[in-house]
Design a protein around this ligand. Structure first.
Ligand SMILES: C[S@@+](CC[C@H](N)C(=O)[O-])C[C@H]1O[C@@H](n2cnc3c(N)ncnc32)[C@H](O)[C@@H]1O
Length: 302
């Protein structure tokens, strides 16, 4: 039976709302305001509203904001270390500003998501560019991709790289927690197969893998998570330990390293906007990781 991944898409709107309201992240307000005007009403009906409501009454519990902003910034830092020969493919890009931020870069950037979400994103970006009288970048592409569908990856490869292996980085943030263990395996194997066929060098970079066992959750966060699980029809699944993450990646043919996100603390804008507990934020950033997994060809067969 096909999985209803579209039910996860409204979480992108929730994330955009959080960024616009509680951070000074680039384009956050423009993106959210454009999305509000052009998203089909059902998107907003399905958007879990408990987070914003609770934030009004309990702002100091909003440590997750630091995670939202920190994951965006640290993923940017990681891809900025790649040279311009790398094509960056962002999966599940939602309403993130990364495509807009990278417009002036010479490297190719392909943002992908499920078809409805991607169409919305494309309209949002067009509107923002039109308002700024800015031309779209010839290196910025939009491509509908269900990251769990091997045929969709094959089509993507065929469209952009056929007969021409390139250096490729696949990146994502905020997707893997909605995928069950066996779906994470599918995602991993889709990326590995894609690198096998289309990449001279392939690297998978994500902030979605961290040792979940170490995360302390307040009752409010637990409530929010239950609510999001209900809305998306998905049970959160995370790796419990670092060892589990490394084993999962090794089994897929990847050699991974994980760095904590604390280096990003000084750049978080949410800390100045919401009365967050700074020590707690630093503690949390030490648990969240940026995972860089290099695809080592034929590792699985050796
Ligand atoms: C929490 S949002 C994160 C969006 C974005 N990465 C960000 O941080 O703002 C989750 C995203 O995953 C996308 N998604 C869910 N299932 C997917 C799938 N099977 N393939 C590709 N994208 C998917 C949703 O459409 C949504 O945009």
């Amino acid at each position: 039976m096909p999985e209803d991944y579209e039910k996860i898409s409204p979480t992108a709107v929730l994330v955009a709302f959080m960024r616009a309201r509680y951070t000074d992240m680039p384009y956050a307000r423009e993106i959210y305001s454009a999305a509000r005007q052009m998203t089909k009403p059902y998107f907003f009906k399905k958007t879990p509203l408990i987070f914003p409501r609770l934030a009004r009454f309990a702002p100091s519990t909003m440590g997750r904001l630091a995670y939202l902003e920190g994951r965006y910034l640290s993923l940017n830092e990681a891809i900025n270390t790649l040279d311009d020969s790398y094509t960056v493919i962002e999966i599940a890009s939602g309403l993130s500003a990364r495509g807009l931020e990278r417009m002036s870069k010479p490297s190719v950037y392909i943002e992908t998501d499920l078809p409805d979400m991607l169409a919305t994103k494309q309209k949002v970006i067009q509107k923002i560019l039109a308002e700024k009288s800015a031309a779209p970048s010839p290196n910025h592409y939009f491509y509908a991709l269900n990251a769990l569908d091997p045929n969709a990856w094959e089509q993507l490869g065929h469209t952009f790289f056929d007969g021409n292996k390139g250096n490729i980085a696949v990146i994502h943030e905020g997707l893997a927690q909605y995928l069950a263990a066996e779906e994470k395996v599918k995602l991993r194997d889709n990326i590995a197969r894609f690198f096998d066929r289309y990449a001279a060098k392939g690297v998978w970079i994500t902030t979605d893998f961290f040792p979940y066992k170490k995360i302390r959750k307040t009752w409010i966060l637990k409530l929010i998570d239950r609510r999001i699980e209900k809305k998306t029809g998905r049970k959160y699944h995370q790796f419990a330990t670092l060892e589990e993450i490394l084993k999962f990646l090794e089994q897929g043919g990847f050699k991974a390293s994980l760095q904590d996100c604390s280096f990003i603390f000084d750049r978080l804008t949410c800390v100045g906007k919401v009365p967050l507990d700074k020590a707690r934020v630093q503690e949390v950033l030490r648990i969240y990781k940026i995972c860089t997994a290099i695809y080592a060809q034929n590792r699985r067969d050796s």
